[in-house]
Design a protein around this ligand. Structure first.
Ligand code: 16G
Ligand code: ZN
Length: 545
């Protein structure tokens, strides 16, 4: 790096001093924290994104400003690689280092070392870098986006493109499309969803009714707004009532949204007795997660159809199409985490599907799903998608050419191709997930209640334990067993044995300073009791803080 380049970085870094006592880690979903403390972090991630773009030149990188389901006063930042996937894990340590550099000088020296090691060429007449910026609807987003812009353009030869307010999956989709040389606008995103959705609806063999009403809880975030845009401009026939749009004074993620509904298992604000029996869906704050629910009585308690149930519905539909094709060469697999309800795993295995487990965090599930021709992944919290390998889609498209129009086989192929266009291939996407659930329910002719009957969740319990050092817990790669502290797994196994269909595991959280405990068993009482006794074990092995 030459003097002018260094001066440019120093000058812009002086504008964004690191707040004292801020210690950040890139974590499972980028950097997150109190929005008032994040300007330096976002600025530095802007620099990182420019370097990533130069390293992979010519390619566009995405930078999203969001804190997903966290409270409105928080914000965060994460990076999308050219494929639309999460930033490569190889760059995470560098992200941690620069985010925590105590002065502009230290920051620049870390960047210099990194640029040399990675052989990144800056401003020597080669390809320039390009970073696309998006933000969710948080009030702090605009100022943070400016910080990101300054960071991006402080790397000579790099430009920032402000795409404004978007859902996280929209930004990932657009980055992916751009790098594939496709139309990469928001309009193109909506058109792609619309075309594939309509195609799937047209392929429904019977029952083309427009379906009963769906009510969406938009978490007072960007998802509701974008869904309105989609309905207004593209899918005006779809009967969806949108609540919690953020315009009626509701606060982002406060007693609303997918995370609240999934964790608390109660109705979000804005829903009540009048909605008994109605099909409802909740997005999270940046619309990369969705869960369905309905009220079975006038109480607040809900019947929850979580990520596991969405996964099961999708798996059933995809498998049905593959059965029509009698296509033994397609490797279909599903990916879950240890949090998946045991009843869902049994159900999926009962369908004859290959079920594999990944560590918590979307990037881990995505990686495993990408190993299949068709890989379906979902976390119980509602984040997931269906990945189609490019080779398999090409094979399908070729196959369709030899089939007679309107035959069962041709329709099955067309459905699979349309699903691959509808469902976001980059990350979990609540809007496209919703559209696919709606299609599959109509295809099956099912109500939400009927869908819920696929299997009955085993009662479960989650407990958070505050400990002096959560990193003392080390687990196997699938997080189902604890390797450290020594002896704790034997003790947990001893507890599990006491309960019918007992299952429990512990893991250090990637987003909070706690150890998480998950327990399930045949009755709620047993699940609670198993959860509590495992939490006690964590305290006795690690000490409580
Ligand atoms: C993040 C992850 C989510 C995971 C959660 C676990 C992404 C986009 N998000 O929100 O997938 O379930 O962390 O949190 O990867 P925990 O480690 O605190 O339990
Ligand atoms: Zn989210």
């Amino acid at each position: 790096m030459d003097e002018t380049q260094i001066a440019s970085l120093l000058k812009s870094s002086d504008l964004f001093p690191l707040p004292q006592s801020l210690k950040l880690s890139y974590g499972t979903a980028g950097f997150r924290g109190d929005a008032t403390l994040l300007a330096s972090t976002v600025h530095r991630v802007g620099i990182l994104s420019s370097l990533r773009s130069l390293k992979l030149a010519p390619s566009t990188i995405g930078l999203m400003i969001t804190a997903s389901h966290n409270k409105v006063s928080d914000n965060g930042v994460k990076v999308s690689d050219p494929s639309g996937e999460m930033l490569s894990q190889e760059w995470e340590p560098f992200a941690d280092q620069i985010a925590n550099a105590s002065s502009p000088q230290k920051l620049v020296s870390l960047i210099r070392e990194f640029v040399e090691r990675e052989e990144i060429s800056i401003g020597d007449g080669g390809e320039g870098g390009e970073v696309w910026l998006g933000r969710d609807s948080r009030p702090s987003g605009e100022a943070l986006l400016r910080a990101a812009e300054i960071g991006v353009s402080s790397v000579p030869g790099c430009v920032a493109v402000d795409l404004g307010v978007l859902t996280t999956p929209q930004l990932h989709w657009m980055v992916r499309a751009k790098n594939k040389g496709l139309k990469a606008t928001e309009k193109a995103y909506f058109e792609s969803l619309t075309t594939s959705f309509k195609c799937l609806i047209d392929l429904i063999p019977f029952n083309k009714s427009s379906g009963s009403k769906l009510v969406l809880d938009g978490a007072n975030g960007v998802g509701g707004e974008k869904m309105e845009e989609l309905l207004r401009g593209y899918l005006s026939n779809l009967a969806i009532e949108i609540r919690n749009t953020g315009r009626d004074g509701g606060v982002l993620n406060e007693s609303v949204g997918a995370d609240f509904v999934q964790k608390e298992k109660v109705v979000p604000l804005g829903f009540g007795v009048n909605d008994v029996g109605v099909r409802c869906v909740s997005f999270d704050g940046d619309a990369d997660r969705l869960v369905y629910f309905y009220l079975s009585s006038g109480e607040k308690k809900i019947e929850l159809l979580d990520g596991d149930k969405i996964l099961s519905l999708f798996a059933l539909f995809v498998k049905e199409q593959l059965n029509v094709l009698d296509d033994g060469c397609c490797r279909l697999g599903v990916v879950q985490t240890a949090y998946a309800n045991g009843a869902s795993t049994d159900y999926l295995k009962g369908l004859g599907l290959e079920v594999v487990f990944a560590k918590t965090g979307v990037k881990h599930l995505h990686e495993k799903a990408a190993e299949f021709d068709v890989g379906i992944y979902f976390e119980a919290n509602g984040h997931g998608t269906i990945l189609f390998s490019e080779d398999y889609v090409t094979l399908l498209v070729d196959k369709r050419k030899g089939l007679s129009e309107g035959s069962d086989e041709c329709n099955a192929v067309s459905r699979l191709v349309a699903v691959s266009n509808l469902i976001n291939q980059a990350v979990g996407d609540a809007i496209s997930g919703l559209l696919l659930v709606e299609v599959v329910l109509r295809h099956m002719g099912w109500s939400v209640q009927k869908w819920n009957e696929l299997y009955k969740d085993l009662p479960s319990r989650q407990v958070k334990v505050e400990v002096p050092d959560r990193t003392a817990v080390v687990t196997t790669s699938e997080e189902t067993e604890a390797l450290r502290p020594l002896g704790i797994q034997d003790a947990i196994n001893g507890e599990i044995k006491k309960y019918r269909r007992g299952r429990a595991f512990i893991r250090p959280s990637g987003t909070e300073d706690v150890v998480r405990v998950y327990a399930e068993a045949t009755t709620q009482e047993d699940a609670d009791s198993l959860g509590d006794s495992v939490a006690q074990l964590v305290k006795s092995f690690l000490g409580s803080s």
